[in-house]
Write a protein that binds this ligand. Structure first.
Ligand code: HEC
Ligand code: HEC
Length: 276
């Protein structure tokens, strides 16, 4: 009886070990998967004043996630920690061509994919603005990493990787050819390159534990000055502080110019004919 038990325990243990090794190996394979996105030559169309390059980069939410020297995007016991790294440090290793590919295709220097960074939204960013982003990155001071500096995977995170539950942006890049310059339809362009990361125009969407409302339904309720106030201070109609939107508005969208905010609201309130 004892012998039988011992043998069963040994078998069980080896099965568990095999599963663990399998999960670990599968997760490593997923993380090391290389995307075949060829590197295209990128050259900036123009040099902007430094303040303007920075302002535009901030409206694309780069600093909201990456902070001054790296930010923790997600952390949960057993799952792991996802870090948006210190841009002043990591961008130095990248060429301009590699940065343009990273931003618009979600593919890192070594060909592996980024997680959680909204490149499927950034795929629409015009060359002009990718140039501004690169110019801003090149001007960032090299600061020491904020702690903790690195992404780490716990056992549940490894299982999620194997199960395909971890979103790699490179899998979701739309087939678009971004324009060289900001298009004349500025409101639509800014919606596509920022808001559409969370919002749809006509249907609401669950996002990060909140619900992002359909923008063509909520935006018309806002007078232009109230819409501008939401973008700049995060305060929604009725002085409401919103769960997710208020912080993003203050850290990122506060950098839109008045004309950009007007163009966005114009697009969201123009009726069906303005979109496809
Ligand atoms: C929603 C949050 C988010 C936003 C917005 C965001 N990033 Fe990231 N970024 C991340 C995360 C998370 C990683 C690390 C992903 C990983 O390790 O797979 C990352 C990785 C990077 C890397 C390093 C890639 C590497 O080799 O490790 C660079 C450079 C970068 N982002 C630049 C940018 C720029 C430029 C913008 C703005 C255009 C931006 N990011 C916007 C979350 C974000
Ligand atoms: C990272 C996700 C995210 C992005 C990007 C984002 N939003 Fe939101 N937004 C939300 C969520 C979630 C809500 C619902 C309120 C909440 O939970 O914060 C919201 C709410 C709103 C509301 C409704 C406010 C109210 O009266 O309740 C408006 C208007 C809005 N967003 C406009 C925009 C515009 C315009 C952009 C682009 C410039 C944008 N959002 C980009 C997530 C986002």
């Amino acid at each position: 009886m004892r012998k039988w038990l011992r043998r069963a325990a040994a078998t069980l243990l080896s099965i568990i070990l095999l599963v663990l090794v399998g999960v670990y190996a599968g997760a490593q394979m997923r993380l090391k998967h290389r995307y075949d996105v060829p590197l295209a030559a990128f050259s900036a169309l123009m040099v902007l004043p430094g303040d303007e390059a920075r302002r535009r980069a901030l409206t694309f939410m780069c600093s909201g996630c990456h902070q001054e020297a790296g930010g923790v995007i997600f952390e949960a016991p057993g799952v792991g920690r996802l870090v948006a790294p210190n841009l002043g440090r990591v961008a130095r290793a990248y060429s301009d061509d590699e940065l343009a590919r990273l931003v618009r295709h979600g593919v890192k220097r070594d060909g592996t994919g980024v997680i959680a960074m909204p490149s499927s939204t950034f795929a629409h960013i015009a060359d002009e603005d990718v140039g501004a982003i690169i110019q801003w990155l090149r001007a960032l001071p090299e600061r020491p990493d904020a702690q903790p500096a690195q992404t780490e995977w716990g056992p549940l995170g490894l299982v999620a990787l194997v199960a395909g539950e971890v979103p790699f942006e490179a899998d979701h890049i739309p087939a678009v050819t971004p324009p060289a310059r900001r298009p004349a339809e500025l409101g639509r362009y800014l919606y596509e390159t920022t808001c559409s990361h969370c919002h749809d125009l006509d249907t609401e969407r669950a996002v990060e534990g909140a619900v992002a409302p359909a923008l063509r339904i909520v935006a018309p309720a806002y007078a232009p000055e109230d819409f501008a106030r939401l973008m700049r201070t995060g305060k929604a109609l009725g002085e409401r502080e919103l769960k997710l939107m208020s912080n993003i508005a203050r850290s990122d969208f506060a950098h839109f110019t008045d004309a950009e905010i007007e163009a966005i609201q114009g697009y969201l309130t123009a009726g069906e004919t303005a979109s496809d």
